[in-house]
Design a protein around this ligand. Structure first.
Ligand SMILES: [Cu+2]
Length: 485
C-alpha cells in the first residue's frame, strides 16, 4: 500500500486520463435540441446494449471461482461514426456484469492494463476490510489485485467502479463502472419476471466533443453531461412483449439526479432498493434517483398494445436529458410472472440497541477542496470513527449546504430512521447504502457493524463514507472509519 502523504492539490498529471478526456470549456457551445449534446446523438435509433456476463476463468486453492477483469484504455463507437476514448473494464463501458449467489465467495482479479492507477470498489458490497477498494490501495498500470468478495449479505443490485484518490470522478466518467448482481434460491422462487424479462440498466450523462471524445471539466459543483447513455448507448430502444419486466435501474451518473416517469402515465412497482428486496411492493408514479442509488422495479406492459412506444422520461431534465430510453411493445405474450405481496422479511434494527450516535455535518468552505465533513476535507491519514464489531450505531447525516448530497457509507447496509424528523417513505424503508440528505436537512440511519474488522495500523482496511456526487467526493467530502474488536 501507499503511505505517502497526500497533498490536497488536485494534480492532473501522469495519473489522470488526460489523453482520453478533453478538459475544455463548454462556454459558447450550444446545447443541441432533441438528442442533446454537441454531436447530435441519435434518439431511439440504437438497441439497448446488454453487457456480457463475466465467466470465471478458474478457481483458487479453496475452490473459489476467479473472475479476471482487465482495465484498459479503449476506443469505442458510442456516437455512430465517431470514436470515443474510454477506460473500461475489459475495454468496454459498462464493464461485464458479474452475477453471483449470496454467500458464494469469489475472487475478482482486477488487472490494470490501463494508463492510470486505479482502485476498485464494490458498491453495496459487504466484504472483509482490505478488499473494499480504499482510495490509496492503488493498483498501478501493469499490476493486479485479487479482490476477495464473500457476498455474505442479502441479494441486491451492486456495482463495481473506480474509487481512486482524487480521480474517482475522472475515471468513472471515463468508463470504469459495471454491474454486480446478487441473487439467491429464495429470490428465484418468488416468481418474479426472469430470463429475458429481467434486465439491469445504468443511466449516465456524458458530454461529447465534436470529435467524439468525452468532455470532463471536473466542475467542483458536480459534472453534468448533456447526453444520456443507458448501458453505454445513447437513448436506446428495447423491445418488449405484453408482460411484466423486472428492471433494475442504477444511477451511474457522476452528479445528476433523475426523476423518472413513463410517457403513458403507467406506474412503476418498486420491489427493491440499494440493499435488495423491500418487504412489500410499492406502487410509484415517479422515481427520484440520486447518483449511486439503485431501484428494483416491475414495469408491466400487459395493458399495452403491440406497436405502442413508451418512453422513460426524466422530468428533472430538459433538452437532451429529458428522455432516457424507449420501450417498444412488439409482441403479444402470456405472462407467468407474479409480484408477491410479501417479498422479503426485513429485520428492523432497534434504536434502543444503539451504543453510539455519531453526527456528521456535510458542509462547504472556501479553497480548492471546498467540500467538507465536520469541517475537514478528507485526509487519508486521519480516521474519524472506530465502531466496534457487532455493535449498532445511529449516524446523523446533517447537510449544512443548499444542495442535496447523496451520502454513501461503505461496509454495511443501513435502515433510515427518519428524514428531517419524519419516517422514511415505504420505498426508502428497506436496506440502503446511499441516502439523499436534503438541503439543510438531516437523515438519521441505523446500522450494525457485523463480520469484519480492520487493522488500525493499516489504512487500507478503513471503509469510506462520502458524498456520491463524485466531484464532491474528489474535492474531499469523504471520511473513513475502521471497525475494531
Ligand atoms: Cu455532495
Amino acid at each position: 500500500m501507499s503511505t505517502s502523504r497526500r497533498t490536497f492539490l488536485k494534480t492532473v498529471g501522469a495519473t489522470a486520463p488526460a489523453l482520453l478526456l478533453s478538459k475544455q470549456s463548454l462556454a459558447g457551445r450550444g446545447m443541441g435540441g432533441g438528442g442533446g449534446g454537441s454531436v447530435n446523438a441519435p434518439v431511439f435509433e440504437l438497441p439497448l446494449n446488454i453487457p456480457p456476463l463475466a465467466q470465471p476463468t478458474g478457481t483458487d486453492s479453496a475452490g473459489r471461482p476467479i473472475y479476471e477483469i482487465t482495465q484498459q484504455d479503449a476506443s469505442v463507437e458510442i456516437i455512430p461514426g465517431l470514436q470515443t476514448g474510454i477506460i473500461g473494464y475489459n475495454g468496454m463501458t459498462p464493464g461485464p456484469t458479474i452475477k453471483v449467489d449470496a454467500n458464494q465467495e469469489i475472487i475478482v482479479r482486477q488487472i490494470n492494463n490501463s494508463s492510470v492507477r486505479t482502485t476498485t470498489h464494490l458498491h453495496g458490497g459487504h466484504m472483509p476490510a482490505g478488499f473494499d477498494g480504499h482510495p490509496v490501495d492503488y493498483v498501478n498500470p501493469g499490476a493486479y489485485k485479487d479482490y476477495y468478495y464473500t457476498n455474505k449479505q442479502q441479494p441486491a443490485t451492486l456495482w463495481y467502479h473506480d474509487h481512486t484518490m482524487d480521480l474517482t470522478g475522472d475515471q468513472v466518467y471515463a468508463g470504469l463502472a459495471g454491474f454486480y448482481l446478487m441473487d439467491d434460491e429464495y429470490e428465484r422462487s418468488l416468481g418474479l419476471p426472469s430470463g429475458d424479462h429481467e434486465l439491469a440498466i445504468v443511466i449516465q450523462d456524458r458530454t461529447f466533443a465534436a470529435d467524439g471524445s468525452l468532455v470532463y471539466n471536473d466542475t467542483i459543483m458536480g459534472e453534468l453531461g448533456d447526453t444520456i447513455l443507458v448501458n453505454g448507448t445513447p437513448y436506446p430502444y428495447f423491445e418488449v412483449g405484453t408482460a411484466r419486466y423486472r428492471i433494475r435501474i442504477l444511477n451511474g451518473s457522476n452528479a445528476r439526479s433523475y426523476n423518472l416517469v413513463l410517457s403513458n402515465g403507467a406506474r412503476f412497482v418498486q420491489i427493491g432498493s440499494d440493499g435488495g428486496l423491500l418487504e412489500a411492493p410499492v406502487s410509484r408514479a415517479s422515481l427520484n434517483l440520486a447518483p449511486a442509488e439503485r431501484l428494483d422495479l416491475i414495469i408491466d406492459f400487459g395493458d399495452s398494445a403491440v406497436g405502442e412506444q413508451i418512453i422513460l422520461e426524466n422530468t428533472a431534465g430538459s433538452g437532451g436529458t429529458a428522455q432516457i430510453m424507449r420501450f417498444d411493445v412488439v409482441r403479444v405474450e402470456d405472462d407467468p410472472s407474479v409480484i408477491p405481496q410479501v417479498l422479503r422479511r426485513i429485520e428492523r434494527l432497534n434504536p434502543a440497541d444503539a451504543v453510539q450516535t455519531r453526527r456528521w455535518v456535510f458542509g462547504m468552505r472556501g479553497g480548492p477542496m471546498p467540500w467538507v465533513i465536520n469541517g475537514q476535507p478528507y485526509n487519508e491519514e486521519r480516521v474519524d470513527a472506530f465502531p466496534r464489531l457487532g455493535t449498532t450505531e445511529i449516524w446523523e447525516l446533517v447537510n449544512r449546504t443548499g444542495m442535496m448530497h447523496p451520502v454513501h457509507i461503505h461496509d454495511i447496509m443501513w435502515q433510515v430512521l427518519d428524514v428531517n424528523g419524519r419516517p422514511p417513505a415505504p420505498e426508502d424503508a428497506g436496506w440502503k447504502d446511499t441516502f439523499k440528505v436534503p438541503p439543510m436537512g438531516t437523515v438519521r440511519v441505523i446500522g450494525r457493524f457485523d463480520d469484519y474488522v480492520g487493522d488500525v495500523n493499516e489504512i487500507t482496511s478503513a471503509y469510506m463514507m462520502h458524498c456520491h456526487i463524485l466531484e464532491h467526493e474528489d474535492h474531499a467530502m469523504m471520511t473513513q472509519f475502521i471497525v475494531v474488536e
